[in-house]
Design a protein around this ligand. Structure first.
Ligand code: ZN
Length: 389
């Protein structure tokens, strides 16, 4: 029922349209037209204004042909990471790739294409379906910002599927909470050759903090990283400021707090070891300077943990079984728009679309898995009119 050629052509068309985060308008306009041609009602929320993008989340409502079925939610994000302009997709041996100079953008144009093909197949084949509500989101790649700012009051659906994961062999039920941390260490500037004893190197202090820090995989459910360091002006100046940005994630709030506290303590301990007293000609006691720390900790997103007995899991598991495939429930180390949707009251799982090596120029899409993903969504929507909620 899924038309593979149509689906392939569509995803390539979508991939060829540039849509870096905050610049999703061109792809949104194309999708709006396609959805309206299928008889759906489309509108945009104000998320684009909130994040300074050129378009909001595209919200699509398609009236079902079976009015007693519960409404069903679908979502995929329209934005891509870079390098993602002028992408030239090509297929070889059942695998889609870019020309190697850009990402492919199957993350998440494949998810978008799965949704559109599913709607087309529902219509073409007279399959029963309840009302379908779709969120084509913006700015997923820069912190799930479209989902964060979505106007959730526009949705009636209480369950559904997000298409934004690697393989349809896995169904993502759990994603971690994440905190972002920004630390600025303040030392004291001095000439590195003439009077280094009058300085306190912010870079050295930060290095001491980071060298004592547990990073990487902390335990089965917790990870941490320092990802950005900026600071210093010249080799002959003892650096006064350095800024460090990092993150921690966990599927358990206590573990996350413990890791964040540990990282903060490493900075506090390192900074507390540093002071310098400078004697000038006029004062006998001199002036004492102490190193200082500014810190800012912010929640990036809250974890999701969908019950294995919930309706969306039952629908997908049953669909997969009916189609003769297998699927494993999966715990992911990454966040996705579904983190927000679940918090906002739409219980949804994240199904893979066959995309791999995401966020690199080696990104590829396995076409068989891409088609299978659409088969699974189509069957899940059909089952949604049968399986009681
Ligand atoms: Zn994605």
């Amino acid at each position: 029922m899924i038309e593979k050629d149509r689906m392939t052509e569509h995803v390539m068309d979508l991939i060829r349209i540039n849509s870096l985060s905050k610049k999703e308008k061109d792809v949104a306009v194309k999708l709006q037209k396609e959805m309206e041609d299928l008889g759906a009602e489309c509108f945009y929320d104000d998320a684009g204004e909130k994040v300074n993008g050129n378009v909001g989340n595209l919200i699509v409502k398609l009236e079902g042909n079976k009015s007693d079925a519960p409404p069903f939610f679908l979502s995929a994000h329209m934005d891509t990471v870079g390098p993602g302009e002028g992408i030239k997709p090509r297929i070889e041996d059942g695998i889609m790739k870019s020309d190697g100079t850009t990402i492919l953008g199957s993350d998440d144009k494949s998810g978008v294409a799965v949704i559109v093909e599913t709607i087309r197949a529902l219509k073409d084949n007279g399959i029963p379906y309840g009302d379908i509500e779709i969120a084509f989101t913006i700015c997923e790649e820069i912190g799930l910002l479209g989902a964060k700012h979505i106007d959730i009051s526009k949705f009636k659906a209480k369950h559904g599927i997000v298409l934004d994961s690697s393989t349809p062999d896995r169904l993502v039920l759990r994603c971690p909470s994440a905190d972002k941390m920004e630390f600025t260490v303040h030392g004291l500037e001095a000439h590195a050759g003439l009077c280094p004893e009058n300085g306190m190197s912010a870079i050295k202090i930060a290095s001491e903090a980071i060298s004592k820090m547990k990073l990487g995989r902390i335990d089965d459910i917790t990870t941490a990283n320092i990802g950005v360091i900026n600071g210093g002006r010249a080799t002959n100046i003892i650096p006064k400021h350095v800024r460090i940005v990092g993150e921690a994630r966990s599927h358990n709030e206590e573990s996350l707090k413990a890791q964040v506290d540990h990282m903060r303590n490493c900075f506090h301990d390192a900074v507390s070891n540093y002071e310098v007293t400078i004697h000038d000609d006029l004062s006998i006691e001199g002036t004492t300077y102490i190193a200082k720390l500014d810190e800012h900790i912010e929640r990036s997103y809250d974890r999701m943990d969908v019950d294995v007995k919930s309706l969306p899991v039952t629908l997908v598991d049953t669909a997969v079984k009916n189609l003769g495939y297998t699927i494993k429930h999966h715990t992911s180390g990454g966040g996705c728009d579904a983190n927000y949707f679940n918090r906002m009251g739409i219980e949804c799982v994240n199904l893979g679309t066959g995309m791999y090596e995401l966020h690199t120029v080696n990104e590829y899409l396995i076409m068989e898995e891409f088609f299978r993903s659409a088969d699974i969504v189509l069957e899940s929507i059909r089952l949604n009119t049968i399986i009681p909620s």
